[in-house]
Design a protein around this ligand. Sequence first.
Ligand SMILES: Cc1cc2nc3c(=O)[nH]c(=O)nc-3n(C[C@H](O)[C@H](O)[C@H](O)COP(=O)(O)OP(=O)(O)OC[C@H]3O[C@@H](n4cnc5c(N)ncnc54)[C@H](O)[C@@H]3O)c2cc1C
Ligand code: SF4
Length: 518
Amino acid sequence: MTENHYDVIIIGTGAGGGTLAHALADAGKKILLLERGDYLPRELDNWDPKPVFVDGKYISKDTWFDKDGKPFQPQVHYFVGGATKLYGAALYRLRPQDFGQLIHVDGISPAWPLSYEDFEPWYSKAEQLYQVHGNGGEDPTEGYRSEPYPWPAVSNEPRLQQIYEDMSKAGYHPFHAPCGILLNEADRADSTCIRCATCDGYPCLVHAKSDAEVIAVRPILGKPNVTMLRNSEVTKLETDSSGRTVTGVVVSRNGNREVYQGDIVAVCAGAANSAKLLLNSANDRHPNGLANGSDQVGRNYMFHNSRTVAALSEEENPTRFQKTLGLNDFYLDTQDYQYPMGNIQMVGKSNAEAMRGEEPHLTWFAPEWSLDEVAKHSVDWWLSTEDLPIPDNRVTTDRDGNVHLTYSHTNLAELDHLYGEFEKLLNHIGMAKHHVLHKNYYCHMDIPLGGCAHQAGTCRFGTDPATSVLDTDCKAHEVDNLYVVDTSFFPSIGAVNPGLTAIANALRVGDHILGRMT
Ligand SMILES: Cc1cc2nc3c(=O)[nH]c(=O)nc-3n(C[C@H](O)[C@H](O)[C@H](O)COP(=O)(O)OP(=O)(O)OC[C@H]3O[C@@H](n4cnc5c(N)ncnc54)[C@H](O)[C@@H]3O)c2cc1C
Ligand code: SF4
């Protein structure tokens, strides 16, 4: 056995890879974590909207290409902890119905090969590990839970509490959103999280966000059986002559080419980059890309139909941590609309600086108000509808190995219906347009292709090797020691944030790998 040989090699340290490493570390197996990024620097810029939102300081310099070959900068984050370093930490379970087949306006969201009941124990473990705050039972669409949330829900600040009460009075069923932040409201002096206004989309300067670095990776780094190499990009996976076993993990590190061997290799590079790595690892036995005999690698890319809305009201909104409220009354079909619509939740509190960078059109949206005033009065929402796994929505790579992303929207009519219901809701809670200085003061923005925060689905799991890349343990059908453990495995994406499902699945697959290795 050589120095470069490990029991398990994990490629990527985000929600999938970081959590998988955590699940395996205690068993004493020799683990190598390969992460293309470095630690995200801890600096005051972490909490400054200009570097974060205007300059995009923590967004990778990658260039991807759309279906017309037009370059764009994807919103991906190459750090220890992956996308979770910047995430909003809204840690939702999928609804039980998401695991079954759902009929949408533009087609079918397919059933998963496993049920909500199969995932439930792993969701519970994921919530415990990531210290999720929430109130079980408030959201009428949520599934059975075997364990309560480990922490009470994060409280609403006064303006949000007023909205919560107004919604309830109007007959809606708002709930406290599940949050992964290390906030101890009962003992603020002892709380790691200080409840600040720069959380969703920002890194946490004080390491108080339940991200994969803080929760999963750092706690295992002291163990003698765990090694992490940063700034180490995996460029190719090599196989033996049968094509059934990965024998070499090729890494570009400090300008050098290095090769590592693992009994088991887990690709956890994020949906687009995992597909990229498999496609770029084509060889004689796998001419269309590693594990791609089905031609499914890279296909069925999803990232949600998402719309942010800044709704202004006459009263000010001095909320700091705003991501405390959710509404799933339109998650499924209703009496008035036969298709599922999706989820409504809050986003981080807007501020003038970020608006200036991200949404410069807001200056004409409320011309007689300064952006500071707009931000002071705005309540900021996030509407999300399921997009469908369409084979032609796919990641491919070119001769130089670059990512090309072909994507056409589905279910936009559902997003429009959700927006219609949302406007009615605003009417009910005193935020009707005509109450807001007699002007249309809602501004909304749909998330473009580069906003790939919720990317998923490029290596879906299933029971049929002809239509899926992975089996139900997330092992490649065609390769005996290769796993893909990130959001790639999703056969459909539901309409809530994908992070907790990626985490729960990593714990599930970790348990399977441990069973296989003993
Ligand atoms: C701004 C933002 C807000 C979000 N908010 C939420 C939220 O509130 N709730 C929620 O549930 N989800 C949220 N998400 C999404 C969530 O973060 C992702 O779904 C989740 O992190 C995906 O996990 P992953 O393991 O698939 O990929 P990632 O977490 O992105 O991890 C992939 C890792 O692989 C590394 N990597 C890539 N290529 C290679 C390579 N070739 N070699 C070595 N390493 C490589 C990357 O550097 C990265 O560390 C948000 C995302 C963003 C960007
Ligand atoms: S709210 Fe808490 S977890 Fe979020 S950035 Fe601020 S201190 Fe960190």
